[in-house]
Design a protein around this ligand. Structure first.
Ligand code: FO1
Length: 308
């Protein structure tokens, strides 16, 4: 089996990836992770989307939340609060151990991709999890005349602000991390995970060399809708699409990706949108795409690997 490349955000992507590793040999799987959500807190470098994927594939994720580590405690954060720090980003004690380790690796001169590969090895995660870039790219949210840091918008303010614009700061100059372009060039299948198109996948595509490599790729690019029945499966994808002028639907997501997509997988609920999407020149598979269990993830992963 050839290389399989997956463009991935956080929780939605991780659910598909936990199934994909049961269908594709992990060494053949190249996950290109969004780092637009990265944040520095207490002097520590935090890469939420990479961690969500790493913890999920290592089997230690908090399944209820989809992020963080199962059974974690928050003693350090509680004490930081008493010492006068802001504590709206819920970093558990075990989670903090990873941020401390990553930050130490970066301070010692490792790149983010080297640090990520090492952390994955330490956890026995065998896939190739590669940050989209080793250069900083930061997603900023415009809401009217305010400009918010991503996690300020997402976690601190609970996505309450209307998104009127998104800036992928640093993307112009950022280079793809080592291995990203080669993986795309050698891929037999490219997957766009069911992540937020504007907040999780677009930061990856904002790196021009990645977008160009995908456009040139001979491998079929297969997307999975993160929106079912007009509602995001998780997070604010529906309201962000709407406020940014895109139809908040499977069709709207297909149109957003446009010519990049060869094939799009939509939910049975949205079967009525099949013809409209096909008129965009994109093939459509209709399936049950809601992943509630590992079995659901494996079933969807098999469908993704079968479409051409
Ligand atoms: N998401 C939240 O909604 N609230 C949190 O307090 C929070 C903390 C957090 C800590 C570590 C981590 O790796 C992820 C965390 N997330 C939290 C999730 C994360 O910020 C978002 O889901 C992504 O950035 C969007 O994909």
């Amino acid at each position: 089996m050839g290389k399989v490349v997956a463009l991935a955000g956080g929780v939605g992507a991780a659910k598909l990836l936990r199934g994909l590793v049961k269908v594709v040999p992990p060494k053949n799987l190249f996950i290109i992770g969004n780092v637009g959500d990265d944040v520095e807190l207490y002097g520590l470098h935090i890469s939420p989307d990479l961690d969500i994927i790493m913890y999920t594939l290592a089997g230690i994720v908090d399944e209820d939340k989809g992020w963080g580590i199962a059974g974690d405690t928050f003693n350090c954060l509680e004490m930081l609060g008493r010492l006068g720090f802001e504590t709206w980003f819920k970093l558990g004690d075990k989670d903090l151990a990873f941020h401390i380790t990553r930050t130490k690796m970066l301070r010692e001169g490792m790149t983010l991709s080297q640090a990520t590969a090492k952390l994955c090895r330490m956890l026995g995660v065998e896939v190739n999890l590669i940050p989209m870039s080793d250069n900083p790219v930061r997603t900023k949210i415009q809401s009217g005349n305010r400009l918010l840091e991503f996690q300020e918008y997402f976690v601190k303010r609970g996505t309450m602000d209307t998104v009127t614009g998104v800036i992928y700061e640093g993307a112009e100059k950022a280079k793809p991390a080592p291995g990203v372009i080669q993986a795309i060039e050698e891929a037999g299948q490219v997957i766009i995970c069911p992540s937020n198109p504007i907040l999780s996948i677009a930061p990856i595509l904002a790196i021009k060399a990645i977008k160009k490599a995908l456009e040139k790729s001979k491998a079929p690019v297969v997307g999975i809708s993160p929106i079912v029945g007009g509602k995001a499966l998780k997070g604010p994808a529906d309201k962000v699409m709407a406020s940014m002028g895109f139809e908040p639907s499977a069709y709207g997501v297909a149109k957003f990706y446009g010519a990049l997509l060869k094939h799009f997988i939509i939910d049975e609920t949205d079967e009525g949108q099949k013809n409209r999407i096909e008129r965009l020149g994109i093939k459509v598979t209709v399936a049950n795409i809601v992943m509630r269990s590992l079995e659901d993830s494996i079933r969807l992963a098999k469908i993704v690997m079968e479409v051409k």
